[in-house]
Design a protein around this ligand. Sequence first.
Ligand SMILES: Nc1ncnc2c1ncn2[C@@H]1O[C@H](COP(=O)(O)OP(=O)(O)OP(=O)(O)O)[C@@H](O)[C@H]1O
Length: 313
Amino acid sequence: MQPVLSIAGLGKTYKSGHEALSGVDLTIDKGEIFALLGPNGAGKTTLISIVCGIVTPSAGTVTVAGHDHVQGYRAARSLIGLVPQELHTDAFEKVIATVSFSRGLFGKPRDPAFIEQLLRDLSLWDKRDAKILELSGGMKRRVMIAKALSHEPEILFLDEPTAGVDVELRRDMWAMVRSLRDRGVTIILTTHYIEEAEEMADRVGVISKGRLILVEEKHALIKKLGRKTLTLNLAEPLAAVPGELAEWRLELAGEGHELVYEFDSQAEATGVPSLLRRMSDIGIAFKDLHTKQSSLEDIFVGLVHDTKAEQPA
Ligand SMILES: Nc1ncnc2c1ncn2[C@@H]1O[C@H](COP(=O)(O)OP(=O)(O)OP(=O)(O)O)[C@@H](O)[C@H]1O
């Protein structure tokens, strides 16, 4: 499939000397929903801002549907819609005027029927003559989305779309994102909410300290979700994992009082019954046991934590 967005070797060092992005390579296919996950300050907004031409990169290239985002800036930018975290618009402006104005900014001809449909789809039609300052926070978000879609972009960036919104708006936004995707729009969203990535994304990228440390199909991640840990509280502490148990992936914890086994709970043979039999055969008794399912959140926190440990601060 033809990539709609190609990012290669992207880096950004701010004037302060802070390296916000380093060596980011990413290819996005047309019509996919891609979720970019990362903790605060990881570089998500910087990445989006570079693609949208708001921030200049220190290194690397960005190509939008074949247009270089510097040489072919106007063509590249007109294919992109951006829903930023904050609404920047005249508070005294009417909803329909601000959305129509955004369309004009991209040199698109007036199309009242399109704007009407857009406002209807976003449940904004009844509010079309309301001033921005009269709207609730949720309605303002809908206006931001309408503005971003007003010039019929092929790629929509949503920067933290559901931060601080109520459950109803979150569900509406998810439904809207799906219907846009069904119409062939590519969606790239940043989020702190793992649940949102799990619900929405075809692929997930994890960014930490300016580096893209993982890009994976959601289903592959869900497979990873199938991992479980079994912790056995031993009757007597062990100094080391006995050689007879070498075929299981075991670790000792709790100063030798706990034997921890990580396994794939979706696999046909988890290895748990055979492990318990072998332990009984060699006379290792346990007082208690418990299992824990690792969540996408655990995987995410683990990844981010590992890169923090690897890199100097
Ligand atoms: N204009 C700037 N000048 C200097 N440093 C900046 C600038 N903008 C962002 N940064 C720094 O770059 C890093 C990445 O910021 P960025 O906003 O891209 O992160 P983020 O992943 O979007 O975080 P958040 O989820 O909090 O929005 C942060 O440490 C931030 O302080």
